[in-house]
Design a binder for this molecule. Structure first.
Ligand SMILES: Nc1ncnc2c1ncn2[C@@H]1O[C@H](COP(=O)(O)OP(=O)(O)OP(=O)(O)O)[C@@H](O)[C@H]1O
Ligand SMILES: [Mg+2]
Length: 133
């Protein structure tokens, strides 16, 4: 897809690259600096989860338009172990790695739409979109 650019996540540097890509696309779409920061934070959290839990995966950034409204979608995909209990993983403070457990619920709050598709053994796909208000 022409409107989509992806970063392979294999090292911590790739997390930085995904953030930078997200910031550039967010600027192009027309988001203000506060929303740019929300979007880059969300990208960091999803990329970091891929790095920590799946080892590797991909973060794609898409420009989207619906009903004449412009926005940005983050698609984070990996073929890692998957999330056995999504409801639990979405709770504030739930972490299997001794983290704060703030990443996924944070991404949901920072973005407008949030979808998570994951099952044990087949990996995880998370889509999160934000629209220009
Ligand atoms: N891509 C993924 N693959 C497998 N499990 C995941 C993935 N992303 C998240 N998880 C699971 O969901 C839990 C919650 O994730 P979340 O990002 O909210 O918190 P955390 O990573 O544990 O801590 P924090 O992000 O605050 O440092 C994780 O502890 C992990 O068990
Ligand atoms: Mg996390």
């Amino acid at each position: 897809m022409e409107n989509q650019s992806c970063v392979l996540i294999q090292t911590e540097w790739d997390i930085v690259a995904a953030r930078q890509l997200g910031r550039n696309v967010a600027k192009e779409v027309g988001f203000g600096t506060v929303d740019q920061a929300r979007i880059t934070t969300a990208i960091s959290e999803l990329a970091r989860n891929i790095y920590i839990y799946a080892g590797e995966g991909q973060v794609c950034i898409e420009k989207i338009i619906k009903n004449g409204q412009a926005g940005l979608r983050i698609v984070a995909v990996d073929k890692g172990p998957g999330i056995p209990d999504i409801r639990l993983a979405m709770e504030d403070g739930y972490s299997t790695s001794g983290g704060l457990g703030a990443g996924l619920p944070g991404v949901k709050r920072l973005m407008d739409d949030f979808e998570i598709d994951s099952s044990l053994g087949s990996g995880t796909e998370i889509k999160a979109s934000k629209w220009i208000r």
